[in-house]
Design a protein around this ligand. Structure first.
Ligand SMILES: NC(=O)c1ccc[n+]([C@@H]2O[C@H](COP(=O)([O-])OP(=O)(O)OC[C@H]3O[C@@H](n4cnc5c(N)ncnc54)[C@H](O)[C@@H]3O)[C@@H](O)[C@H]2O)c1
Length: 392
């Protein structure tokens, strides 16, 4: 059997060096147990003494103490600020309190913000770091699967406004991203599984990304590999974890390098996200982002069957893969069509009365990201999906 790159469980960290669109050198390091060594990766950047560590409440004392003392030993002056958990940390009140702390600490543009936690904190930290003094150094240590393969990668930052999620944001690239799969072992199961939806999404995009970027796929397509590996008992401590995280990150970086501001190819990363966002917001965020994306991936697969772009067999393969890790693949019965369409029509991806949808095309791993679907048609398709008649 051919050794496959998704299987790598590196004992030494793997690095990806990456030149961002603004000419900034960015680096992603993936390795089991490297979270506590975040100070080492930060000190490699030749930055100022001041470090503000932003953390969510879940972070264990031992990891935090290890990072703080490591930074001190390397001549840095770390300060710790605990932020509210989850979406509450993406508020303008939190943002203001972070700016005020930076000001109190006398931060200069040579100093560094280090954020450790899920996508909520990496989004907020990115926004705060990009706007304070028009940009201070940023180091991210994502600790959820969703943040490791998606939110912390690719330079999008955001805070929420009263009118909606992620309405204020910037593009800003961290100097370094430290990805430690071991941190996933404390993640609640629901959060871990939610992140797997984004990994499945990369499997559904791999051939398009390989065809249009410098990403080099391994001998076994990620989607096949996931089909052979994922089950309801799949654990974050599985030795393949580092490999599938690495493949996902490489795909995202390859896409972002080609199209940083989402003028074309980057739109493919929205596979499953149009209806996904509608369902996530329509459920008043009772569904996690990954659960909503999973429903969106099932929708996109069935829509592809309707459009004769994908075989029934391949759509079923995707839906079975999602179900195998107990991700939802249909809209919960208590969620009303009106709630979903109301949320859909406020989507940033809408242009006028139509949506640019990403739809599987030809075989699993290939998508068409240029398909225009009119709002009225999309409403009908969602209605059919709810009635389980979409692919008929
Ligand atoms: N910038 C982007 O490109 C991008 C992409 C996708 C999603 N996002 C954003 O990411 C956010 C969602 O991220 P998320 O799913 O990571 O949610 P999250 O940050 O809210 O984290 C989920 C929960 O897991 C906890 N947690 C985090 N790491 C843990 C660990 N190792 N052990 C135990 N608990 C842990 C957190 O405290 C929180 O309660 C949303 O705000 C979304 O808008 C951004």
């Amino acid at each position: 059997m051919v050794a496959h790159k998704h299987k790598t469980a590196p004992s030494t960290p793997l690095n990806i060096n990456w030149r961002t669109s603004f000419g900034v050198e960015s680096k992603v390091t993936v390795g089991a147990g490297i979270c506590k060594r975040a100070g080492y990766y930060l000190s490699q950047l030749n930055v100022g003494r001041n470090v503000l560590i932003l953390k969510q409440p879940h972070l264990d004392r031992e990891t935090l103490d290890a990072i703080v003392s490591d930074l001190e030993e390397r001549g840095h002056d770390p300060n710790v600020m605990e932020l509210p958990d989850g979406e509450a940390c993406k508020s303008n009140a939190t943002l203001l309190s972070v700016w005020q702390r930076l000001q109190k600490l006398g931060f200069t543009r040579q100093d560094t913000m280090l954020a450790i936690g899920g996508g909520a904190i990496t989004d907020l930290a990115g926004f705060a770091a990009s706007t304070y003094l028009r940009g201070i150094n940023l180091v991210l240590v994502p600790t959820t699967l969703l943040a490791q393969v998606d939110a912390a990668i690719g330079g999008k930052t955001a805070i929420n406004l009263d009118a909606g999620k992620n309405l204020a944001g910037t593009f800003y690239f961290p100097r370094t991203i430290v990805v430690d799969p071991e941190t996933l072992q404390t993640l609640p199961r629901r959060q871990f599984v939610s992140g797997l939806a984004e990994v499945v999404k990369y499997g559904m995009l791999e051939k398009t990304i390989a065809a249009e970027t410098e990403y080099k796929p391994g001998p076994i397509p990620l989607i096949d590999f996931l089909e052979n590996s994922l089950s309801k008992d799949f654990s974050p401590s599985d030795p393949i974890m580092s490999g599938i995280i690495m493949s996902s990150i490489k795909m995202k970086l390859a896409v972002v390098a080609k199209d940083p501001h989402e003028d074309g190819l980057r739109r493919c990363l929205n596979l499953g996200h149009t209806v996904g966002h509608g369902v996530e917001k329509g459920s008043s965020y009772q569904l996690t982002h990954g659960e909503a994306v999973s429903i969106g991936l099932a929708f996109a697969s069935q829509l592809a069957v309707k459009f004769k772009m994908l075989s029934e067999k391949d759509a079923t393969r995707t839906i079975t893969l999602l179900k195998n890790v107990e991700l939802p693949t249909s809209i919960p019965s208590d969620l009303k069509l009106e709630a979903i369409t109301e949320a859909l029509f406020h989507d940033k991806k809408r242009s006028g009365k139509s949506f640019k949808m990403v739809i599987p095309n030809g075989d699993l791993g290939t998508v068409d990201y240029t398909k225009i679907v009119h709002a009225d048609e999309l409403t009908t398709y969602v209605e059919e999906f709810i009635a389980e008649k979409l692919s008929e």
